[in-house]
Design a binder for this molecule. Structure first.
Ligand SMILES: O=c1ccn([C@H]2C[C@H](O)[C@@H](COP(=O)(O)O)O2)c(=O)[nH]1
Length: 200
């Protein structure tokens, strides 16, 4: 360290390094804090079971942010036992419903649905949105109309997540489920109709 110029260069480099570290740490904590976590624990059962052989897992969110902690385990390469804390089937299907809800463009409520057969096969997934082929930007997302015109609200157009899950059914995997799916579709259609009528 010969000259004062060296000291200036060294101090500037140290200051910039410290600034960069602070930025990286703040960035990490900011995004970790903001990220949504799956709002359930691995022991809960969230599927809505019915007398039919199809189960619908539904996630509905309006922005609340409960957290789910996954504990880290020390890894022993000689340990033959299976991993602990893995997702239960129900939480697995709920996680898929939760993830699907994240695709919804409804600013007020994001709903995701995962339709599962009794033997754990995913038949279809969906989220609330406008019908296929309709632009998300052409139809209104409002809950109320200033003119009292229901056609200026989302309700006549939006398809419920469960209905979309049925419409998105993979027909090959749904072989043998058709009759219960049909009954289920009718029930969901009636549910959607009742919901719409109740909003008027
Ligand atoms: O079972 C349901 C109920 C509602 N949805 C969808 C339909 C709408 O996009 C919203 C409800 O909007 P609000 O602003 O909470 O009235 O949720 C559904 O997919 N499935």
């Amino acid at each position: 360290m010969n000259s004062s110029r060296d000291w200036v260069v060294l101090s500037t480099a140290a200051a910039l390094g410290a600034l960069a570290s602070i930025s990286v740490i703040s960035f990490y904590f900011f995004f970790n804090g903001k990220r949504k976590r799956f709002p359930f624990s691995s022991s809960t059962s969230n599927g809505r079971r019915s007398s039919s052989n199809v189960v619908v897992f539904k996630s509905s969110s309006n922005g609340s942010d409960e957290s789910r902690e996954i504990k880290a385990q020390p890894l022993n390469p000689f340990d033959p036992s299976k991993r602990k804390g893995y997702l239960s089937w129900d939480d697995y299907f709920m996680a898929i419903a939760f993830l699907s809800a994240e695709r919804s463009k409804d600013p007020n409520r994001q709903v995701g649905a995962c339709l599962v057969s009794q033997n754990g096969i995913i038949l279809g997934i969906g989220y609330n949105g406008f019908p296929r082929g309709c632009s998300d930007d052409m139809l209104p997302w409002s809950k109320k109309s200033k003119n009292g015109n229901p056609l200026e609200t989302k309700y006549p157009y939006v398809c419920h997540a469960e209905v979309n899950a049925i419409l998105n059914t993979n027909h090959a995997s749904a072989a043998g489920q058709v009759s219960s799916n049909f009954v289920f579709s009718l029930l969901q259609f009636l549910e959607a109709l009742c919901y719409y009528v109740s909003m008027q």
